[in-house]
Design a protein around this ligand. Sequence first.
Ligand code: F6P
Length: 340
Amino acid sequence: MRIGILTGGGDCPGLNAVIRGIVKSSPDDVEILGIMHGWKGLVNPEYTVLTDDDVEGIHIIGGTILGTSRTNPFKDEESRKKLEENIKQLGIDVIIAIGGDDTLSVAAKLSSLGYNVIGVPKTIDNDVSNTDFTFGYHTAVNVGADAIDRLHSTAKSHGRVIIVELMGRDAGWITIEAGLAAGAHLILIPEYPMTLDEIIEYVKKRMEDKGYMIIAVAEGFKPTELENIVGDKNEIDAFGHIRLGGIAHYLSEIIKERTGYDTRSVVLGHLLRGGTPTAFDRVLGTRYGVHAMKLVINRDFGRMVALKGNDIVSIPLQYAIATKKFVPFDYYKLAQIFFG
Ligand code: F6P
């Protein structure tokens, strides 16, 4: 049997642990092709045979040894044809796609066309539904919390409002958990918009009481009165997403203008995604990889591995992409207790 594995979308700590888990748990009669740069490596074939030696010790390394891209092979007819031809030509019996909702939506399409596909949920945003966690998320929260911890002393010394921007396109998981862990005084996430007036109110009160403030904001947050999210509309990826970034700077200018307080903005961005995974993400990635191979051995295709409580289970791929997992209101209400 020949299995093609690929990593698609934004990279994330723990990808290499999944790859290692798959390769190390594969039976002797299975050959693993590592497809390079996500779906791109199947549209324009680029791959490498992966052996035990190739994956030795890689679970502690960030990023992905296979490279990644945001290629959408279903974006045009020519790419789709090439994709299908190459799967046949390379003799790939099974594809294991490791990615977020975009990568998994391609996997689900292939599955509905009759291909043998397994999905592994990945994204630092943690917004893939029907799994408790995606790997990489835990690492991102730790990096974010550490950064916010550090901002307290400088904000306090200068009596400033520091607005720190964290990744999170549609869901505010990283921002709420890093913000809660590190005691941000206001947490702004896409799920629960707030007006600029409300934000200014929080700032005035906190600054009068305590003299400094940290605001954690997710890149996808949009004040109620803004029509569009802040981002670069000229940069749209193959799945139709605009490149986000700039909300911290935007808020910083407005807060300064309307309150007169000294403000600074910090964008954590890709720092959250880089570097070595936490022990939790190494183990979660490893367990996902081993379970994905188990599904292959059982010929249980069209499924995505998932974490439920402390168990690794599998669910139909279609469920994973049907909805996104957002921060529930009760959780946001809990965070609100610590605002101000
Ligand atoms: O993978 C998800 C994500 O990290 C989002 O949080 C973010 O908006 C996006 O990727 C950034 O992508 P890129 O690496 O292409 O700038």
